[in-house]
Design a protein around this ligand. Sequence first.
Ligand code: AMP
Length: 274
Amino acid sequence: MQNASRAVRNEGREIGFTPTMGYLHEGHLSLVREAKKKDQNVGVSIYVNPTQFCPGEDFERYPREEARDFTLLEKENVDWIFLPSNEEIYPDGFSTYIEPPSSSRGWCGDSRPGHFRGVCTIIAILLNIVRPTRMYLGQKDAQQAAVIRRLVKDLRFGTDIVVCPTVRESDGLAMSSRNTYLSYEERRSALILYETLLNGIECYHGGECDAEMILLKGAEKIKAVPEVKPDYLGIVHPDTFQSVKTIEDGNLYIGSIYIGKTRLIDNMIFQREG
Ligand code: AMP
């Protein structure tokens, strides 16, 4: 991978890179398509990174289907797929980890201790191997995008970060590889996260700027679905992930719920103008 990417760079071509954990869906493919518009050489990594899973999480059962992923990526005409092994990424003696930025605190950082340390470490490794011109991330994982933006800036990776909009199912549910865990009934209950966030955005359009009012209303909506256990709801600044009291354009409404063992996240951007 390092040799291949060096060869591309030496030819003066720009590399567009999308890191994924596989089990690809339209959300992932939208990142690849965006890369295709901007970069002459486009590639995807598929790697279920063990260090970003906490003990007791779904690392073992995370869905993996390489052959299907390959077919999907072939259709998108990607130039390469990088499939490293655990031994290649974390060889014997590996012991260096990245301390994540302050935007990693709270929210997913609280629910998943150690998660962003694993994310920052794998992204740093992948960036050093691939050395892309641009890296494509999804707005779906908004805190991850904020953390990686900061990481890349602070450690001077010199890669441009492009964050692409969340791709949703026709009823609004954010696409996620983890949706495959949901039973038919759970899938229906899962929609409450999208509906709650959308309701908050609509309140803002209607003139409400008080974050606490919107969060109270949101918590009530989620409480009304007994199959769903709330994890968090918050209204935050998109870079710092600090809570805001008075909502402004660009702030994020973020949420996470449990349905059975499955944890889902989603977010929407408050935007009145433009
Ligand atoms: P994952 O395979 O879950 O690690 O995701 C790989 C990349 O795809 C991350 O940058 C995600 O934010 C992005 N992604 C996942 N789901 C979606 C979605 N529904 N819409 C847009 N991007 C997504």
